[in-house]
Write a protein that binds this ligand. Structure first.
Ligand code: DGL
Length: 267
């Protein structure tokens, strides 16, 4: 059977999911959709996120997919039911995957303002692991910073230190990177945290959950992935997106511009 995986995010956050997917399954066929016309999602209202999710999933319906990976925690937290209702293919999320990866009693979450306001992480973790302490920290500056790339390491460190302060003060043992953009900051976050704090990338758990659908392709460890079987689509700025793909994924993909507005549905 031909495998084809659909991945969507507001922008380049889904790169971190694509990376994990490639590490686990090799250069499998993917359709990547980045909604650059509307990034960032993390400061949008729940009703906007739900409408956008409906548009994205309707577009993906025509793509003959084996699975849909919701590579956006904000959509996971607010509109998973919409994606599941309208997707033809099975849907995989980051929040469920992350909650399964929790292994400590005192957990911190870094996420977008909309994800934090939804309490989706706390609810899911407490459902699976009652009694665990969860503290959620909203990080409004991270996504705009990562998407534009126009900020120095020093500035990122300054902002990240402020976001991490309440979590460090609470003595969290594990921190979930509850926005798919944040693993792009992993080396900086690691440097700022005590050595014994474990950082959790939900995408690792998410791609493991795909094992029932996709056979592991034993990509030799360290082999550079070229994502030659991935088609990239964006709703704006294909040139900027290609630049960022070059920077983060070390590839020069052809990026196709699409419009989603007509795909909206009433729900
Ligand atoms: N990367 C997405 C997330 O995981 C969206 C972030 C945004 O656009 O604000 O939440």
């Amino acid at each position: 059977m031909k495998i084809r995986i659909g991945i969507f995010d507001s922008g380049i956050g889904g790169f971190t999911v694509l990376q994990r997917l490639g590490e686990r399954f090799g250069d499998i066929s993917c359709i990547y959709l980045g909604d650059l016309a509307r990034v960032p999602y993390g400061s949008k209202s729940p009703s906007e996120i739900r409408l956008i999710a409906s548009e994205l999933v309707h577009w993906l319906r025509g793509k003959d997919l084996t699975a849909v990976l919701v590579a956006c925690n904000t959509t996971n937290s607010i509109a998973m039911d919409i994606v599941e209702r309208f997707s033809i293919a099975p849907v995989f999320g980051l929040i469920d995957a992350a909650a399964q990866m929790v292994n400590a009693k005192n957990i911190g979450i870094l996420a977008t303002p909309t994800t934090v306001a939804s309490n989706a992480y706390s609810k899911k973790i407490l459902e699976l692991k009652p009694g665990v302490k969860v503290i959620e920290q909203s990080c409004p500056a991270f996504v705009p910073m990562i998407e534009t790339g126009k900020i120095s390491k020093g500035q990122i460190e300054e902002i990240a230190t402020e976001y991490l302060k309440p979590l460090v003060k609470e003595g969290v043992e594990e921190i979930i990177l509850g926005c798919s953009h944040y693993p792009l900051l992993l080396p900086i976050l690691k440097e700022l945290l005590p050595l014994d704090v474990r950082l959790i990338d939900p995408a690792l758990g998410m791609v493991k959950n795909l094992d029932k659908l996709v056979v592991i392709n034993n990509t030799p460890c360290g082999k550079l992935l070229n994502f030659s079987n991935t088609r990239f689509f964006v709703t704006a700025d294909p040139i900027g997106f290609a630049d960022r793909a070059k920077h983060w994924l070390k590839i020069s993909p052809e990026v196709e511009l699409i419009s989603l507005r007509s795909k909206a549905s009433v729900f």
